[in-house]
Design a protein around this ligand. Structure first.
Ligand code: NAD
Ligand code: IPM
Ligand code: MN
Length: 367
């Protein structure tokens, strides 16, 4: 039998609730495929700040690097919001991404027929939407220098950040996006602000130049403000979207609502080579407003575990088991509050997880 080591980083708020459900799903799917997982839970975010005073303890990064894949819940919360930058939970997450070198963040937004009525869009607009947002994750304004606080000529306080991309940073994320698009519908839309920002002008130039290497992919460009509008006007025009760190953050939250809820969207953060270590996390945050109430939708994290199996470990069968079980759970009418509609059975986070496990058990013979 095969074995893998998985680093669990539950983090804050609903993080531990959704990771616990996803871990069980991972273990069960693995057991049907003769896979054994060794889990090691480490601290990140506010949880780590409270215990050791750092949002990403060195040991967490070390253990993560030595494992086969990382599963992260979410970080952050009111308690740490006023912390200085280097003592913010969010800084720990950014250090983790940088430390693992996971520069490409794949965020699929797929509208499931079961959830069509949870979307705030009209049925005919949402139906059949299947978008992959490829978000650059370790560059841009999140990491650019100079940054900080200071004073202007008038002695006024200022805060400043820098949107910066090098040619090689753009090329590597664009390559991933072209490869992804090639395996999907062959349509890639690069989203930027090249009418205003130099970093975007270079972005557009490099992406355009790379297109010659991918003659089977149709490349288009769109300004981010228009893209935000087009995503709700006619989301079906999109197949694969590639964009920078901050636009990808915003557009993927927007895309999540096409599917019914941010509680449904998984993500994979990957680096250059397929055999490198990857990290997986839902796109949502720690949801402090519902944390500790067993209300969170765990499916984004459960689906992240399916991505972990597929992209992180190459275990396609186990990934399918999880995805099929999620769909069957929805078919059976179980809904957390965020995706609830009339006639469905309202359940909490733990119960939703139990139902997914039950569906996996009932499908155990099928592959
Ligand atoms: P959020 O994603 O945590 O929550 C936004 C809204 O969506 C809330 O109403 C929340 O209840 C709801 N929601 C989110 N996930 C849900 C789920 N699984 N099931 C049901 N409802 C869900 O965003 P926010 O409120 O802007 O941020 C809260 C904290 O999370 C902040 O500290 C922020 O920095 C952090 N954050 C972390 C990550 C991450 O760890 N990757 C991502 C986003 C935000
Ligand atoms: C996300 C989050 C993070 C980001 C924050 C918490 C640093 O919003 O994963 O989408 O902006 O990347
Ligand atoms: Mn975000």
């Amino acid at each position: 039998s095969r074995g893998y080591s998985i680093t669990l980083l539950p983090g804050d708020g609903i993080g531990p609730e959704v990771v616990s459900v996803a871990k069980d799903a991972l273990a069960l799917a693995g057991s049907y495929e003769g896979i054994e997982f060794r889990f090691r839970e480490m601290m990140v975010g506010g949880a780590a700040l409270d215990k050791v005073g750092l949002p990403l303890p060195e040991e967490t990064l070390e253990v993560a690097k030595q494992s086969d894949a990382v599963l992260l819940g979410a970080i952050g919360g009111y308690k740490w919001d006023a912390n200085e930058k280097h003592l913010k939970p969010e800084t720990g997450l950014l250090q983790l991404r940088a430390g693992l070198g996971v520069f490409a963040n794949l965020r699929p937004a797929t509208v499931l027929p079961q959830l069509i009525d949870s979307s705030t869009l009209k049925r005919e607009v949402a139906e059949g939407v299947d978008i992959m947002v490829v978000r650059e994750l370790t560059g841009g304004i999140y990491f650019g220098k100079p940054r900080g606080f200071g004073h202007n000529e008038k002695g006024e306080d200022i805060g400043f950040n820098t949107e910066v991309y090098s040619a090689s940073e753009i090329d590597r994320i664009a390559r991933v996006a072209f490869e992804v698009a090639r395996k999907r519908q062959g349509k890639l839309c690069s989203v930027d602000k090249a009418n205003v920002l130099e970093a975007s002008m270079l972005w557009r130039r490099r992406v355009t130049a790379l297109a010659t290497e991918f003659p089977d992919v149709t490349l288009s460009h769109m300004y981010v403000d228009n893209a935000a509008m087009q995503l709700v006007r006619d989301p079906k025009q999109f197949d694969t979207i590639v964009t920078n760190n901050i636009f990808g953050d915003i557009l993927s939250d927007e895309a999540s609502m096409l599917t019914g809820s941010i509680g449904m969207l998984p993500s994979a953060s990957v680096s250059e080579s397929v055999w490198d270590l990857d990290s997986f996390e839902p796109i949502h945050g720690s949801a402090p407003d519902i944390a500790g109430q067993d209300k969170a939708n765990p499916l984004a994290t459960v689906l992240s575990v399916a991505m972990l199996l597929r992209y992180g470990l190459g275990e396609e069968n186990a990934a399918k088991r999880i995805e099929n079980a999620v769909i069957e759970t929805l078919d059976r009418g179980f809904r957390t509050g965020d995706i609830f509609s009339t006639g469905m059975t309202l359940v909490g986070c733990r119960r939703m997880g139990e139902e997914v496990l039950k569906c996996m058990e009932s499908q155990k013979q099928v592959t």
